[in-house]
Design a protein around this ligand. Sequence first.
Ligand SMILES: [Zn+2]
Length: 358
Amino acid sequence: MEILSRQIARWQRQADSGELPDELYEIIAENAAPSHRRILSNLARVSRVVDDDGSIRTYEDFKNDWEYMNTTIGKPETCYLCGQHPILEHCVLIDPESKKEITVGNICVNRFIGISSEDQETLKLTVKSHKADKKKADFAIAFPNALYALRRYEGMMNDKKPLRTLNKTMVRRLTTVGYPGPKTITQWKEFIYTAEKDFQIWVEQKEIEDQEKQKRHHEAKRRDMAFQQEIVKRRNEWRIQAKGWMTDCDILTLNAWERRMVHRVSNRIMNGGLSSLKDGHKSFYDQMRVLFFMQRPNFQCDDPLFQEVTAWLKLDLNEWTRSFCRSIQIRIIQDGSENLSEKQIQVIESTRKRLSSE
Ligand SMILES: [Zn+2]
């Protein structure tokens, strides 16, 4: 400090003319750790190191002259204090009194200028928002139509799992921070490269699918209607068949059991047509048909057994014998007298005996 005081006057003059000797800066930095000395002397070169009263200010004092202005991001620069190159975040500091400005990296600004924690917070936020602005701008330049593309290709993207996720992530990122993360950008580049071509193919396929779907729909509707019409048509036919059956039966003389059977068969025909008759209903129907046939004016049967049984029916027979004779008439007309069973022939013979003896 002896040396300093003796040389103050000279230094003051040199300071005014901007020409202080290097040794002064070295002396100011000499108490600092070796690795920090160059940084301190660099700061001293742009600081107001000679006080108004001619005394030399310490680093701890003059570093407070510097105020943090802002952070810019742009082409790489060099940190004024440590010489680090490149620095991407440029912290601009100003000495409001001398109007001097220096650009410093974000590490040096904290370590050697010691800006307040409040400033640091602002700095961090500023840096962050600058970074985000840059990424947002970069993305907007690279993909100016990203949002439009997301809307245009939404349907296609939603059809495939990985693309659906990409669409969702992109929309979320673009509407919140304004640019996608690095992984998403890679996926987006890959997707957008062939997107329009893929989209044209997808649209064509969709149209074909839609047409086929519509065709299938129309076809099903047409079949359904045809089926309904068929049902209606058949029901009408069955109703006419049942009505015809009832009309035919009206001219027959029937016992109580036969009349009940006529109604049962009529219901059957109404619900399924003549072709649905089977078993007891079917044989009853066939027998009645034979009776209708016999009612015709020009009906004639040359079979001698038939003529014999017909003659018996004109006699006063008991109910059972009358029914038996009728069944024989039917059997002969249906199958011929040679096809009667042995049992039937026995009954016919005993009836003949009984009637001839009466
Ligand atoms: Zn630095």
